[in-house]
Write a protein that binds this ligand. Sequence first.
Ligand SMILES: N[C@@H](CCC(=O)N[C@@H](CS)C(=O)NCC(=O)O)C(=O)O
Length: 107
Amino acid sequence: MNNFDLEQELAAAFTEEDTENNSTLKLALYMTPICPYCIYVRQAIAALGLHVEMRNIYERQHFNDLIAARNRATVPVLHISYTDENKEDVWMPESQDIVEYLKTVSG
Ligand SMILES: N[C@@H](CCC(=O)N[C@@H](CS)C(=O)NCC(=O)O)C(=O)O
């Protein structure tokens, strides 16, 4: 495991506060290491200092989960889940939309 992977593993243990909705949200990015749109989003995540778990779809489980949710393997996709069980998970595609959303989360 290299430093980047380790950092992501540790980051996955944390969550972001969703201040607007007063619940906790967890962010995960479905990605591949070589996809330019994914790199763009990952750079934004680093710049914003957010904790986002990386889910490389070269790993079978992550690939299967993405297909089950969206019926397509296009990445990046941001998975947003909430501690409030009444709130449905969101699967957000499109790198530009993801970055704009992340800016709102980082406040
Ligand atoms: N408009 C999308 C483009 C995403 C995209 O084309 N991703 C490529 C990888 S860089 C991909 O997943 N291609 C395979 C596929 O669509 O099944 C975005 O900005 O996120």
